[in-house]
Design a protein around this ligand. Structure first.
Ligand SMILES: C[S@@+](CC[C@H](N)C(=O)[O-])C[C@H]1O[C@@H](n2cnc3c(N)ncnc32)[C@H](O)[C@@H]1O
Length: 265
């Protein structure tokens, strides 16, 4: 499907210049209901370089944080797990066990194509992948024991709707793990981190992937995201309990674990 990006008409080309970095909110961060379209176009565009850029920009730290999430996920002993916003499949592949079937879901066809390529053929234990919208999951109520979402919740047009939908497809007693960028509480560290996202990240994106705007998207998406405390409140509103939070690297990334009550009302 050919989709045209609207908005920010002054920003015409991905290589529209370094001097835009200080002012641009990212051509992919579209307002209102157009936001999902911008996000899908963004990830379709960066899919081939996504893993390489992730390793570079986080100095490999995202792998360590994802490993911690997978360890926590396995400790829940799930039989059916869903990795939402699975992208190129890091978490979905990590979750797979003999005793656990894993489904990865994403709405970017190109991110899923990379995920499928990474798995290759003939692997005995591999996740399945489906292209769908995380806000309207094609699954019956209570279908999964565990849901994971890595660096995806921040991208949803309506985070609360997303959490309500996850609650619906989890079985009573099932667990949710959310890994995403956070907002450090230390003002100096937070300012340093935001400066990194505003300058170096788009610069690297421009030099190495030919698209600074795609990488400038992270900061506005994080600013619009309620992060640690806001996510905890939204989880409570959705009905989750037993909520715990871990912060990594002074709050640059955070990991929530929450449970759907096993009591029937
Ligand atoms: C930053 S990537 C994270 C990929 C992977 N989970 C990881 O940790 O590397 C965010 C992913 O969320 C997907 N995404 C965003 N909004 C979505 C939605 N509403 N439904 C399905 N996928 C969505 C994007 O296509 C993208 O692949």
């Amino acid at each position: 499907m050919q989709v045209q990006i609207v908005g920010n008409p002054g920003l015409t080309s991905p290589r529209s210049g370094l001097n835009n970095f200080s002012v641009m909110a990212s051509r992919y961060f579209l307002p209102g209901k157009d936001r999902a379209r911008g996000v899908r176009i963004l990830f379709d565009r960066i899919a081939p370089r996504y893993d390489f850029m992730n390793d570079l920009q986080s100095l490999g730290l995202h792998r360590r944080w994802k490993r911690r999430m997978v360890e926590l996920a396995h400790a829940q002993r799930p039989k059916r797990a869903l990795d939402l916003c699975c992208g190129t499949g890091d978490l979905a592949m990590g979750l797979v066990l003999q005793s656990c079937q894993v489904l990865g879901l994403d709405f970017s066809g190109r991110m899923l194509a990379v995920a499928r390529r990474r798995i290759g053929h003939g692997r005995e234990l591999a996740p399945s992948f489906i292209r769908a919208d995380a806000l309207s999951i094609p699954a019956i109520d209570g279908a999964f024991d565990l849901v994971t979402i890595g660096y995806g919740l921040r991208n949803l047009v309506d985070m609360q709707l997303g959490l309500n939908e996850i609650y619906r497809i989890l079985r009573p007693g099932g667990s949710l793990l959310i890994l995403d960028f956070g907002k450090p509480t230390n003002p100096v560290w937070r300012a340093t981190y935001f400066l990194y996202l505003r300058t170096l990240v788009p610069l690297l994106g421009w030099i190495l992937a030919g698209d600074g705007h795609a990488y400038a998207y992270i900061l506005p998406s994080l600013k619009a995201y309620p992060a640690q405390t806001g996510v905890t409140r939204a989880l409570e509103r959705a009905g989750f309990g037993d909520i715990s939070l871990r912060n990594y690297l002074g709050g640059v990334t955070s990991l929530h674990l929450a449970r759907k009550s096993s009591e029937k009302f």
